[in-house]
Design a protein. Sequence first.
Length: 453
Amino acid sequence: MTEVELAKRCCSGKHGKLKLAAAIFALLSCIAVVIALVTCTLTTSCHLLSNQQSSSAQSGAVTEAAVRRSTESCPVQYKSGSDLTDQVSVNFTQPLLFGGYYDRCSAGCQSRQDEWGQRCKLDPTSKIAWGLCETWQRPRILQEAMKIDNGALMQFGPCDMYPYLGNRTLWLIGDSHMKSFYFAIRCFLMDFWDHNLGECAASNSPLLQLQLHTAALFPQQQQNLTQLTKPRCILHQDLMAASRVCFIHTVRGEMLISDDPEKPGVLQLLQEKFASLQDVFYITFGRWYVHACIQFEQSTYEASIQKLADYYQANKQTWPYMVFSVPPYDHTCSAPEGTVWDASMEKCFPFVQENESMVIGRKIASVAEHAFSREGVPVIDNYNFSIGMQDAHISVERSFQGKQDCLHFCRPGLPEMDIWYLYESMKSLDVSQAGQSAEGETPTYPCTPVANI
């Protein structure tokens, strides 16, 4: 869907079924969307809503020469398009970001035969990995990806990401959408972490690991720790740099910042006990504030967003590197009028016209954009970009539950596109010089297997 088409649909006046207040709210949301879309068409991307900082204008930013040197010293090598003389598998002809990394690795490669290698093969017939895209879905997804930044994603590879990960931890904090993102980047970087170590606990201290896990629990989940994935990391360490990518599973923004100093929130606890000053925090929440598509805990969501923005503003001189992601569109809410969607259906319905659910979704995006743009925090707009991707969800055949999943997106797909936008966001942040930490030393990250703690 083009920006013009989206704007026309947004402001076409198809709100007759809404209550008067909702219709007025929708109109205001539409005006904001049109302004955002007009602005986007004058820039290189509409997916990255907020990116006020210019890397070329910031003191201490990574210079292009430094990034180029770090990229050239990448410990892993991949065959370029001109080197592809054999087609070993379906991944071999794919862009690196969308699975090509698996067969195009030529030096410094991790095993393809171990458990982690098999999970990252992205074979559409595989039952090892959760939520893989079927063969028929992949060309359509690549067509959508080609629209982003004039197809720049097609040339993007793990070695481009490498300079921005050195000597820091990338903390991924959020719900099941962030979990899908973690799965995607874990595979995209499969040659940069030690498969023999597997996934490591966020801390070698069982007490700290449990404290972090518990802090992430929404009060309704306090009785069952198994409802959230344990905090876990993948670890890369060589002579030049050390880095981690860690996933912290939490579903609501209230769990990030606490007013009780005896019980710090997830973000506070990470910064007090786990993180280093050069670390990057990639955060998403929003989906868990909407119930049955039209019941929106608006005031609670707005308060959580504002509290996070205020916390960042108060601490950004010490902890400057944060990116926020808006949750994607939920196609369970696209069922035609008079149709009740259920998981037994064989497909996800496309966006057809404005409804109350879309008004809520755009409100979720606009609240985050308004709060974070003032602080220079990049905001990745998954919502508007994913509206037209109803064919990119997890199918009945690829779901472990055996049900059509119109909430989560299959891989390689939207999660891989998010890797590109996180990369663009990290480029815009004032990161320390590639290959050197803010403290001037290479950090060490001992690994205790997450299963053992």
